[in-house]
Design a protein around this ligand. Structure first.
Ligand SMILES: NC(=O)c1ccc[n+]([C@@H]2O[C@H](COP(=O)([O-])OP(=O)(O)OC[C@H]3O[C@@H](n4cnc5c(N)ncnc54)[C@H](O)[C@@H]3O)[C@@H](O)[C@H]2O)c1
Ligand SMILES: O=c1ccn([C@@H]2O[C@H](COP(=O)(O)OP(=O)(O)O[C@H]3O[C@H](CO)[C@@H](O)[C@H](O)[C@H]3O)[C@@H](O)[C@H]2O)c(=O)[nH]1
Length: 331
């Protein structure tokens, strides 16, 4: 299928681009490089440096490239910044997405795959987290993703849009060959930060909270490999043939790991000691978030290949070892 990958130069999108090619699809990339990297995408692939909120330009790309399906990975993703600068988040994550969806309707493209997040659930009242839990985000970032989920339902009903929305838990890891990986600036995600502390690029890793009601007192999260996430997306394409189809899936391994366990995994994989500082809780962190992904397994035949934190960290370490300074393509 000819697929427009919006946000395809970003962390998860660039991994999905490679998985699309491996599965025999034909990706076209749209990314304004606000955070992404041109070098994360093979130079020979069609690449449009365009804002996804530019309805006219996006419509022209959809028509010129004869796009059949749009995958939407682009968003601003810093939870803390979404609290202090909510307008920026609603503007880019919701308003621009509406323009993208309008461009799709203009061009008669009706299939859509969306990157949502477990942050749409807020603090869950049940674990592991199934799709039917109440959604009550506790920050504007999570709210913007829930807003888009609701917009998708309305467009599906009114205009026959077929979509799958995936609520990722903690995307992690890198391509197995070490060629692409996570390179955010600033980086806030735990695994790359712990690796930086292991190699001495950071003085230490701060553990945000050691007094949670969890087995070792630190937060539990569900780290899921980017290539596993990407494969679930591609497996959903067949579900979008029916006009107006609506699908929601929670994507995680189902196995929670604590912050301390992540640090231990990095020490084991790298063979280096990680300097640790025990710090205050980070505001807005729920104690435990992990997925029940039975629905994705049953309906999409989704299998997690990277089923331990060590396997995930090994790939992040391979990427770090190959490119210690990341893509080095910032202006
Ligand atoms: N990383 C995670 O753990 C995680 C968890 C849950 C959900 N998600 C969601 O997955 C998606 C991808 O996350 P990521 O970690 O790859 O983020 P990322 O920042 O690495 O990638 C996002 C890409 O979108 C591009 N972009 C942003 N706004 C744009 C615009 N207006 N026009 C064109 N391009 C634009 C950026 O340049 C970047 O390349 C996001 O929607 C995020 O909310 C991520
Ligand atoms: O220096 C650090 C960084 C993180 N943590 C902890 O590590 C865990 C994971 O944190 P992080 O990697 O920042 O991910 P989350 O805050 O869980 O958020 C990610 O995962 C969410 C889904 O769970 C997505 O919605 C977000 O976009 C994505 O950033 C949390 O308990 C943090 O408190 C630390 O202890 N020290």
């Amino acid at each position: 299928m000819k697929v427009l990958v919006v946000g395809g130069a970003g962390y998860i999108g660039s991994h999905c681009v490679r998985q699309l090619i491996a599965a025999g699809h034909d990706p076209v990339i749209l990314d304004n490089l606000a955070y992404g990297h041109r070098k994360a995408v093979a130079p020979e692939l069609p690449f449009y440096d365009v804002n996804l909120g530019d309805r006219e330009k996006v419509k022209a790309i959809l028509e010129d490239e004869a796009i059949e399906l749009v995958m939407h990975f682009a968003a601003f993703c810093y939870v803390g910044e979404s609290v202090t600068e909510p307008v920026k988040y609603y503007e880019n994550n919701v308003v621009a997405t509406l323009r993208l969806l309008e461009a799709m309707m203009d061009a008669n493209v009706t299939k859509f795959v969306f990157s949502s997040t477990c942050a749409t659930f807020g603090v869950p009242d049940r674990l592991p987290m199934t799709e039917d839990l109440p959604q009550a985000p506790i920050n504007p970032y999570g709210q913007t993703k829930l807003d888009v989920e609701n917009i998708l339902k309305s467009l599906s009903h009114a205009h026959g849009l077929s979509f799958a929305a995936f609520r990722y838990f903690n995307a992690a890891g890198a391509s197995e060959d070490g060629l692409i990986g996570e390179d955010h600036d600033p980086e806030t995600h735990l695994i790359p930060l712990v690796i930086d502390a292991a190699v001495g690029k950071r003085e230490n890793i701060k553990i945000f909270g050691t007094d949670y009601d969890t087995p070792d007192g630190t937060c539990l999260r569900d780290y899921v490999h980017v290539d596993d996430l990407s494969r679930a997306h591609i497996a959903a394409f067949d579900k979008l043939d029916q006009p107006g189809a609506q699908h929601f899936y929670n994507l995680g391994t189902g196995t929670p790991n604590s912050v301390r366990e992540v640090i231990q995994a990095v020490e084991k994989v790298t063979g280096k000691k990680v300097p640790v500082v025990e710090a205050e809780r980070r505001p807005g962190d729920p104690p435990a978030l992990y997925a029940d992904s039975k629905k994705a397994k049953a309906e999409l035949g989704w299998e997690v290949k990277f089923d331990t934190i060590e396997k995930i960290v090994e790939t992040a370490w391979a990427w770090h070892s190959a490119k210690p300074e990341g893509y080095q393509d910032r202006g």
